[in-house]
Design a protein around this ligand. Structure first.
Ligand code: 1VU
Length: 291
């Protein structure tokens, strides 16, 4: 039997957050990967009794037994997330998915991501969110690496939640997800900030991204114009909110030098800002903001 998630078992109609509880699964088989879980996720109880479950990496449906999973894999014809492909650069693609339309997929994605996220409550009302799924393609299909969600009508936030699946972490993909969220914000012409609170890893990733981008802007500005640049100008150039710019300048060691507020850019900082593993190529992004 194929196991989706009924709206009742998930409490879709209740808008209550699921509180963190004791970890209820030890591990998942995700496609061909065996992943140790980190946190509680509200999979239906019959699944969690198994302690290890099987998840189809394409449709994200979950199964209690290996046999059920194998039967499913023989039948499942899905090879990419169920939305529009908005970006492709070589083997990397992004798909845009509407939480109001692809309800089962987005519920399954939320259940899966909760296994690796503890600092946020999981809400089942997915209608207000869009999901941007990043995949790596090969001859077999589009394999999910991670995603970020974005509230459709948020005036403040350019990203709600971000995840790189554990077997893809520390390879520059989180940075790519963050960069994409800012590229979308540029097209919308909205300066924004990620929703808080951050997890420890979320904060580290954003700190690194903001530092790279702001050092790049300061270095270029210094080369071509010299003189002073305001926080507002940095924000307008990068679409990073002013308070995040200010926070980042503090992490970079802004201080008072000869009576002026300034920052000392070292060669190491400049090299760090240029040394990116992966980048979004904006010319390959085909996106208009959803109405
Ligand atoms: O690898 P670099 O040093 O060049 O850059 C890294 C590093 O500076 C930092 N970083 C880390 N530093 C120390 N230890 C770590 N384990 C670590 N992980 C990241 O971030 C830079 C970027 O690294 P990346 O591009 O390789 O990022 P990942 O693909 O590993 O993805 C980062 C996230 C945060 C998405 C990933 O760790 C993850 O999914 N964690 C679990 C879920 C989570 O905590 N999500 C963030 C929630 S906060 C939120 O959603 C509110 C916006």
């Amino acid at each position: 039997t194929q196991a989706g998630c009924s709206s009742q078992s998930l409490g879709v109609l209740e808008k209550k957050p699921i509180k963190s509880r004791v970890k209820n699964l030890d591990a998942i088989w995700f496609g061909e990967h065996y992943l140790q879980t980190w946190y509680f996720s509200p999979y239906p109880q019959e699944y969690t009794e198994a302690r290890v479950i099987y998840i189809c990496e394409f449709c994200l449906n979950h199964f209690i037994s290996e046999k059920q999973f194998e039967r499913h894999c023989k039948k499942c014809t899905i090879r990419h997330p169920p939305g529009n492909e908005i970006y492709r650069d070589g083997e990397i693609s992004f798909f845009e998915i509407d939480g109001a339309r692809q309800v089962t997929y987005c519920q399954n994605l939320s259940l899966l991501s909760k296994l690796f996220l503890d600092h946020k409550s999981l809400y089942y009302d997915l209608i207000p969110f869009m999901f941007y799924i990043m995949c790596r393609s090969d001859a077999y299909g589009f394999h999910i690496i991670g995603y970020f969600s974005k509230e459709k009508n948020s005036v403040e936030h350019n990203l709600a939640c971000i995840l790189t699946l554990p077997h893809f972490q520390r390879q520059g993909y989180g940075r790519l997800l963050i960069e994409m969220s800012y590229e979308l914000a540029k097209i919308e012409n909205k300066i924004g900030t990620p929703e808080k609170p951050f997890s420890d890893l979320g904060l580290l990733s954003y700190q690194k991204y903001w530092q790279e981008i702001i050092i790049e802007v300061l270095h270029r500005y210094h080369q071509f114009h010299g003189g002073e640049i305001t926080i507002e100008e940095i924000s307008e150039k990068t679409y990073i909110a002013q308070r995040d710019v200010l926070y980042t300048l503090h992490t970079l060691g802004i201080g008072s030098y000869q009576g002026q507020t300034a920052i000392r850019l070292t060669d190491a900082m400049i090299v760090m800002s240029k040394n990116k593993k992966r980048r979004i190529d904006r010319s390959k992004l085909d996106w208009t903001p959803p109405v």
